[in-house]
Design a protein around this ligand. Structure first.
Ligand SMILES: C[S@@+](CC[C@H](N)C(=O)[O-])C[C@H]1O[C@@H](n2cnc3c(N)ncnc32)[C@H](O)[C@@H]1O
Length: 378
């Protein structure tokens, strides 16, 4: 069929809902009210727009007396964004990718905060909300939450299906094939790329991915892994364990991981010793750090307490001292867990702390960070 401006298809975010004998059709983003009808036969006729369908061909199926009404309905669905031109539904025309990234980020922050807020609301209301909403609209809290979950789950499944090709393209660009060995992986690199290493972080890193995915590297393909100021951004213990398990999987026997994290013990010492210079010097390193924070606010933010859900993975989720870091590394299966010093690795390849934007930060003569190395058995 020729695809012209009058060949229409339902937009991918169109929803059809049923409420007390009425059918509602709308999108997730339209500013117009949902199209509403009690005519259930109409749904069968509209269903043909699940695939690209010509406006004229669809109207021709109706008795002549109903065509004007049919055209009005299609016009409303078109204006509301539920029906779109099939030509426009093809490959996306030039998008302003930066603008979309920016908007997505804001939406994600809102979602993260909103999920938390709605949980607080629902806990506050108890069974009253279910009773009232179910009575008023026929759709209670549970079913609304299931619809939200289905939306998120659907998106995650579609994203999951994109992963392999996305990672494959990037690896091809980096010249890494499935037989690669002795790799050096810089995980959570931020904007600090180490030459000769595979630098991994979220977009736009050279290898852009969520590090909580299974990495696209074969078992035992890496000799060294460097993760500086990353662990404290992952949820403890679940995501940290999964991350370290993945590091263990890709390291070859005898391979070494170097982990750098903020040293919470130093922070506690500074707090109990009322060491104002420690906290003041944080502002030298991080100019955006609030100036009037109390010692406790400083300490807790450093240790990962009180983060807004909307900060997503930018905030600290946890803090580590040597004992706790040793415990998580050991539980993940690492051995020979040793404290190290700034640029003090016994392995030349791992003397890379200076590439990190934060691992070199100091107060007085001391570094903020805790440096630890651990080995995969074998
Ligand atoms: C404090 S920065 C450290 C950057 C760099 N390693 C350094 O030392 O300068 C933490 C980094 O972890 C990354 N990160 C946190 N969670 C992540 C995730 N789930 N997937 C990929 N990167 C993540 C962030 O994007 C950020 O670049």
């Amino acid at each position: 069929m020729a695809v012209d401006a009058d060949t229409l298809i339902f937009a991918p975010d169109t929803l059809v809902r049923f409420r007390r004998g009425r059918i509602l059709i709308h999108t997730t983003s339209s500013t117009l009210a949902a199209f509403e009808t009690a005519n259930t036969m109409l749904l069968g006729w509209l269903g043909q727009f699940a695939a690209a369908t010509s406006l004229d061909a669809a109207l021709a199926q109706l008795p002549p007396a109903d065509r004007a009404a049919g055209a009005q309905i299609l016009d409303y669905l078109r204006r509301s964004g539920a029906l779109i031109s099939a030509a426009a539904a093809g490959p996306t025309p030039a998008l302003d990718e930066q603008e979309i990234q920016h908007r997505s980020r804001n939406h994600l922050r809102l979602l993260a905060r909103s999920f938390y807020d709605v949980a607080c609301d629902l806990h506050g209301f108890g069974p009253y909300a279910e009773r009232e909403l179910a009575g008023r609209s026929g759709i209670g809290v549970e079913r609304r939450l299931m619809a939200l979950l289905a939306g998120v789950d659907g998106l995650r499944q579609e994203l999951g299906a994109l992963r392999e090709a996305y990672l494959g393209q990037q690896l091809a660009r980096l010249g890494v094939d499935s037989g690669a060995r002795e790799l050096k992986l810089h995980l959570g690199c931020g904007r600090s790329y180490i030459p000769g290493w595979i630098n991994v972080d979220v977009y736009p890193a050279p290898l852009a991915m969520n590090m909580l995915w299974r990495t696209p590297f074969a078992p035992q393909s890496a000799r060294f892994v460097f993760a500086s100021h990353v662990l404290e951004h992952l949820f403890y213990p679940r995501d940290v364990s999964a991350f370290l398990g993945e590091v263990l999987r890709v390291l070859s026997p005898g391979g070494v991981v170097r982990v750098v994290v903020p040293d919470i013990e130093r922070c506690i010492e500074a707090y109990t010793g009322n060491d104002r210079s420690f906290f003041a010097s944080r502002r030298e390193t991080w100019s955006w750090w609030p100036e009037n924070a109390t010692r406790l606010e400083d300490f807790l933010a450093y240790a990962g307490a009180g983060a807004e859900p909307a900060y997503l993975f930018e905030s600290h989720k946890y803090g580590y001292d040597l004992e706790t870091l040793t415990k998580v590394l050991s539980e993940a299966g690492f051995v020979a867990i040793e404290r190290s010093t700034h640029m003090g690795s016994p392995h030349e390849a791992l003397r890379v702390d200076e590439f990190s934007a934060v691992a070199s930060a100091k107060y007085g003569e001391r570094h903020y960070s805790l440096f630890v190395e651990a080995r995969k058995p074998g």
